[in-house]
Write a protein that binds this ligand. Structure first.
Ligand code: CA
Length: 229
């Protein structure tokens, strides 16, 4: 059986959350919910939902900012905006911020589910890589391991897996420290550049033959890092 798709609902009105949860669970989805923008961004980072329903008017951060933040974490996840506003300008702004579609409140749950299914058809994310070879080792993102000669040699932390995933998505291209900070740790946590550098040192020990002479996780001076096979 196919694993259930996870939908994240970011909405502060409990009765709407409840209605959506019932309807979406009935349709066979797994539903997570966040009552505020920051919590929604955090859940996106942790849970990697398959789609997000995002209210525009949230108690802490507005929906546009949340949308932009989510796009930095996941460029592909379908985002459907829920908005009480019907003005053209708001819709355009939402789409500009990275939303894929919107429904105007009050909406029918049937219409929302239909739009969600259409989004899934339209936004096919690239096939997800679960493991790849780097030099002498195989990085297994699903198992959180580094394998050497077919055997588990190292265990990777959550942040190490996410950083390797990001670098591998952009194989051979430099990724800036700023982007790494935003995507992996998020703006809330705000570790320093030095945190990343120390982190890279540890990661090299797990991946490289000679960690002090790296051949795969390379420093791009004054910018960031890149991964080469
Ligand atoms: Ca609201």
């Amino acid at each position: 059986m196919e694993p259930k798709r996870t939908i994240l609902v970011i909405e502060d009105e409990p009765h709407i959350v409840l209605g959506l949860k019932d309807a979406l669970e009935f349709e066979g989805f797994r539903v997570l919910s966040a009552g505020a923008g920051r919590e929604g961004v955090q859940l996106t980072r942790q849970e990697r939902p398959h789609a997000i329903l995002l209210d525009l008017m949230l108690p802490d951060v507005n929906g546009y900012q949340v949308c932009e933040e989510i796009r930095r974490i996941d460029p592909f996840v379908p985002i459907l905006m829920l908005t009480a506003k019907s003005q053209e300008a708001d819709k355009i702004r939402g789409l500009d911020a990275g939303a894929d579609d919107y429904v105007t409140k009050p909406f029918s749950v049937g219409e929302l589910v239909a739009r969600l299914r259409a989004l899934f058809r339209r936004t096919q994310r690239p096939t997800e890589t679960t493991s790849f070879r780097v030099g002498q080792v195989v990085v297994n993102l699903a198992q959180h391991t580094v394998e050497r000669d077919g055997r588990r040699a190292e265990t990777l932390s959550f942040y190490e897996v996410e950083l390797l995933r990001l670098l591998h998505e952009r194989l051979g291209q430099p990724v800036s420290r700023e982007e790494i900070l935003n995507k992996i740790w998020g703006l809330e946590a705000s570790p320093t550049n030095r945190t990343i550098d120390n982190f890279i040192v540890k990661l090299r020990r797990k991946i490289e033959q000679k960690p002090d002479k790296p051949e795969h996780i390379l420093t791009v001076y004054g910018f960031g890092y890149k991964l080469v096979e």
